[in-house]
Design a protein around this ligand. Structure first.
Ligand code: ADP
Length: 810
């Protein structure tokens, strides 16, 4: 691949091969592929809100204002002060992540990157399509009417985004006849299920296979079915009267019927990763550890921080008139690029016009992303949160890269509204006439991440460093999310009450900057697990086409998540070779299967039938062939696990960051009533008393005033009316206040760590006293050393005061 003039000056290559798939090489329908003329989409951001958005729009207010007007408009949050000051713009430019030197930490986990890239090299022959799904949170599942779309231009393409809107019912309950490809897939899957389901036993000698309820799997159903077949587990597609070992939900945790087993969603995760909530959680961490959390662009929460946003930008501009920032505005309720636009001026009419009816996050725009083929791209990585307490995190060794379809230029007033230049969303770019359905894992508008690493590696980029920075970003982000997740967890599944344990696959959207520093864009609670994509046969007529790149990545993620959660071998250690797997294993990778079809010169109609038949045939055959040795090792027929543990493996490097987690443990201890998420005034007073925080300078009356002030402010900001009382963020703010008063002249994180130590010390003393009272024995303990470095306490042990033992799987 010839090198071309580099836009970034770092890593940019010619794209010529990508855009010219030869006949038969492209994963597309036979016959003319409807291009832009069949999907009339205006490519400007101005039109993006109009033409591409699903659902009705209100009348716009002229120009870009129409982009965001009229959509669900949640009530405006009352203007209020944020929990902690927004990032100081005085240091915005100086410490801009785009100018940051690369982080020093490099986990030895980065070895995975090499094997991944090596594997990617093997996969360059992959013939692939793009896929995904559009979903909306908590909406009812809707069957898609075949060939009935009165407004093709408005149609949203499937995307690797939040799996939020569910398109169709499980195959067992069709409301409309499935389309040919999907029908064939379903029939095949059913047939396989029938032929295996009755007879197989778990080859490990267990009396029964693991049972999985897939009745709520929704759009992840196909990938799940394939995974279960590979694992030889027992699927219950309509649910089961008896309890199952695992419940696989497509969208939500909510299900009051589940009293045992494991469910693949955490309560509260969807709320936690919304744009505003995520920004708040990361803001707290940025205030504590500004250097460590500089992987998230500076963000302001609107409308409450609008004045702050304007003022801070103005301050910097006054200091440096040559500064020309760009900001990206993202509606809190949006997904798949919906309603997003770029602005140069904080007082832009689009922003001010919708400020109070559409809560949003406005964020510093990353102006210098890494380009490949002159195009901006982002990375979707799959992360398994296996357990909250103890914290266990795994990262999938491969993910997906989604490309823009218009060559990138740094933002200027002329290109600000070019959707296909600035937004990488698949659901948007699929509508571009320049969208290239991939004919291999390393070309086209959607590729595997491993192919990107491979390409970077071949250009001399230190991909170990890239990979270790990504691992670091993921661990730090999860550490920011877990405190509140624990509060949700104890609220939904209080200790002592029956309920399932939880795990969850998250989708991390990451962008690499020109200097190769990864930046977090967002986290998806329900990443699309679809392994097919829509193809528009003619205007308004769509067909689902299997997407083998998606299958390759997503089936491995689901299957290996299940393997890690296998309740029947929980105690057994799982061995994780670092080398990525398929080459030396019995199930051939999708890429091999694809390339074998390609060599036979299949055009898509033939490919389509083969895609359905052949891979499964070969896979099944191989499984059967290999069944012989599976008695000794039940997973002998499977590839090695594609999920790599990163926590607690690297706990030592990151434990010092878990201060808010320890605050959440204190918070939960004093919540009192089971099932609540907010601390009452009595709980707060008890916290102060038990931790001996009141003094001559902090009377209990002052404590009450502190409680009232902070609680009132947060309740007006969060609009969370479920309970009255103090939410976790309010508690954190109060805690910061107390820490700053008590331990003056230290950096914030040291003040906070010292106060946590003090609280934990007094509480453990109290617990011991209570124990001693019961046993009638004396005891002696030394107080903690208050001014020691923050990380020593976090390193020392697991939090001592959590009362939520159910958070643990083990
Ligand atoms: P959504 O949930 O609507 O997809 P995202 O936060 O993922 O919202 O943003 C959509 C797209 O906008 C991203 O895929 C990325 O291409 C671009 N983007 C988002 N934030 C930034 C940013 N701070 N700088 C540059 N590009 C961004």
């Amino acid at each position: 691949m010839a090198a071309a003039a580099s836009v970034t000056g770092l890593v940019t290559w010619a794209r010529s091969l990508v855009r010219s798939p030869g006949p038969g090489r492209r994963l597309s329908l036979a016959g003319p592929r409807p291009e832009a003329e069949t999907i009339p989409v205006n490519r400007s951001l101005r039109d993006h809100g109009n033409g591409l958005r699903r659902g009705a729009r209100g009348g716009g207010g002229g120009g870009g204002g129409s982009l965001v007007a009229g959509r669900d408009g949640g009530a405006a949050a009352a203007a209020a002060v944020a929990v902690a000051p927004a990032p100081a713009l005085s240091v915005m430019r100086r410490s801009s992540p785009e100018q940051e030197p690369e982080a020093g930490w490099e986990a030895d986990a980065a070895e995975a990157a090499e094997s991944l890239a090596a594997e990617a090299g093997e996969q360059l022959r992959v013939d692939a399509g793009a896929a995904g799904e559009p979903e909306h949170p908590e909406r009812e599942e809707q069957p898609k009417a075949v060939g009935r779309d009165p407004s093709p231009a408005r149609r949203r393409a499937p995307e690797e985004g939040d799996a939020r809107v569910v398109r169709r019912l499980p195959p067992a309950l069709p409301l409309a006849p499935p389309r040919p490809a999907a029908r064939a897939l379903n029939q095949l899957v059913k047939a396989r299920g029938r032929s295996r389901g009755r007879s197989y036993r778990r080859s490990s000698g267990s009396v029964r296979p693991v049972t999985v309820d897939s009745s709520k799997a929704r759009t992840s159903l196909d990938a799940l079915k394939i995974s279960l077949r590979q694992l030889r587990w027992k699927e219950f597609p309509f649910g089961r009267r008896l309890p199952c070992d695992i419940y696989w939900h497509g969208v939500s945790f909510r299900d009051n019927d589940i009293l045992s087993g494991q469910v693949n969603k955490f309560p509260g995760m969807t709320e936690m990763v919304r744009k505003i909530t995520l920004s708040r959680a990361l803001r707290i961490m940025q205030n504590l550890f500004p250097e460590e959390y500089n992987f998230y662009p500076r963000s302001w929460i609107l409308p409450e921080e609008f004045q702050l946003f304007v003022a801070q930008v103005q301050t910097v501009k006054d200091g440096d008139p040559s500064w020309r920032p760009t900001f990206i505005v993202k509606p809190d309720s949006g997904c798949q690029g919906d309603g997003i636009y770029l602005i140069k001026d904080p007082c832009d009419g689009r922003l001010t016009g919708t400020l109070h009816n559409r809560p949003a996050v406005v964020q510093e725009y990353i102006r210098k992303p890494l380009l490949i083929d002159k195009l901006k791209f982002d990375i979707r990585l799959y992360v398994l949160l296996k357990s909250l307490d103890p914290l266990e995190i795994y990262i999938a060794k491969d993910g997906l890269s989604r490309f823009c379809t218009e060559p990138y230029q740094e933002p200027n007033p002329q290109n600000l509204h070019h959707v296909f230049m600035h937004l990488t969303n698949y659901s948007l770019n699929i509508h571009s006439g320049k969208f290239v359905h991939s004919d291999s894992a390393s070309t086209g508008s959607k590729r595997t991440f491993s192919s990107i690493l491979c390409r970077l590696s071949s250009k001399g980029v230190d991909i170990k460093k890239v990979w270790s920075d990504i691992i670091s970003l993921v661990i730090k982000t999860v550490i920011a999310l877990t405190p509140e997740l624990k509060v949700f967890y104890q609220s939904d599944i209080p200790t002592g009450r029956p309920g399932p344990t939880c795990f969850q696959i998250l989708g991390f959207d990451i962008i690499l900057m020109k200097n190769l520093k990864p930046m977090l864009l967002e986290v998806n609670a329900n990443p699309s697990m679809r392994i097919e994509h829509e193809y528009e046969l003619s205007p308004g007529v769509f067909e689902n086409i299997p997407s083998l790149v998606d299958e390759e990545v997503k089936v491995a993620v689901i299957r290996d998540t299940l393997r890690l959660m296998d309740p029947l071998k929980k105690k057994k250690e799982i061995h994780f070779p670092d080398i990525y797997m398929d080459r030396k294993h019995r199930i051939p990778p999708v890429s091999d299967r694809m390339s074998s079809w390609k060599h036979k010169g299949s055009s898509l109609p033939i490919v389509r039938s083969q895609q359905v038949e052949k891979p499964f045939t070969s896979k099944e055959d191989l499984n059967c062939e290999l069944a012989g040795d599976s008695d000794s090792n039940p997973e002998a027929h499977l590839p090695s696990i594609c999920l790599k543990q990163v926590f607690p493996k690297y706990a030592k490097q990151f434990n010092y960051l878990r201060l808010v987690d320890r605050m959440a443990n204190l918070f939960i201890r004093f919540l009192g009533i089971k099932g609540t998420m907010k601390l009452g005034p009595t709980g707060f007073r008890t916290f102060i008393r038990n931790c001996k925080l009141s003094s001559s300078s902090l009377s209990m009356a002052a404590v009450d005033i502190l409680y009232i002030d902070i609680t009132r402010k947060w309740n007006s900001v969060t609009l969370d009316q479920r309970d009255t009382g103090m939410c976790l963020q309010a508690f954190v703010e109060a805690f910061f206040f107390l820490a700053q008063r008590k331990f003056k002249l230290q950096p914030l994180h040291e003040q906070v760590a010292s106060l946590i130590d003090l609280c934990e010390y007094h509480l453990s003393l109290l617990d011991e006293k209570r124990l001693v009272c019961r046993r009638g024995q004396p005891h002696q303990r030394n107080p903690p050393q208050m001014n020691r470095p923050a990380h020593s306490a976090a390193d020392s042990s697991a939090p001592r005061v959590i009362g939520a033992s159910k958070l643990s799987h083990s």
